[in-house]
Ligand binder design. Sequence first.
Ligand code: B12
Length: 208
Amino acid sequence: MADLKALHDAILTGDAKVAKSATEAALGEGVEPMALVQDTMMPAMDEVGKRFECNEYFVPELLLAARAMKASLELIRPLLAAGGVEPAGRVAIGTVKGDLHDIGKNLVAAMLEGGGYEVIDLGVNVDPQKFVAAVKEKNARIVAMSALLTTTMPAMKTTIDALRQAGLRDQVKVMVGGAPVNESYAREIGADGFSRNAAGAVAAARAL
Ligand code: B12
């Protein structure tokens, strides 16, 4: 049976090597890639966050855990993206200005690719004008923004305002997400869609 606890603990302790081998083993045994992310890896990251909150972990431990999570996701991403069929539209995705968290954003990007979307990944710390440029120059039909910090959530609204000022708000749908973001905040800032997780992001994009 797949040793999911080994994967969980490898992320928790920031052991990228074990995270990778445990992921390979679990996938080899037929564990569903998305189930691995949601039932094993995300809970490990949540535990990392809790330890950080109570000063048991500090930034170096966060970085190590993120590295282990990424090592595992490198194996999972292509599997998520492999399901794609016909191009469903072009999405410009990025983590908003001031924010460097990209694990969730990368997962959402992979799921959207798997859902048939062409994804333009603008990276992290994305200036509102860069989102505007992606809509103008690359003709993105959906802008997807991620924020993991309460202090960077307002940058989502700033970006929506920038799209409006550029006269582009009517030709693009805006989708937001990230741990501190919820449905009512999405509505409050004038976004068109929200999802709590990567799996729901595809459904949210379709609904738009
Ligand atoms: C790993 C991590 C880091 C890593 C990030 C590495 C990387 N490359 O991403 C590093 C070490 C860089 C980091 C730095 C910091 N971090 Co940090 N970090 C985390 C941690 C532990 C995990 C985040 C993560 O990757 N989760 C796993 C992914 C898969 O989940 P997710 O991002 O939530 O994404 C899912 C959904 O939210 C959703 N989603 C995400 N984006 C989008 C977008 C769309 C469009 C949609 C539809 C859905 C969607 O789908 C995803 C998949 O299901 C969290 C704690 C936590 N549990 O969230 C703290 C946390 C977010 N960090 C925190 C803090 C405070 C910081 C620092 C300020 C610490 C410091 N003192 O320097 C810095 C800020 C740096 C910056 N300017 O961004 C706090 C934020 C508190 C707050 N209320 O704002 C948290 C909550 C920890 C805590 N409990 O205190 N961090």
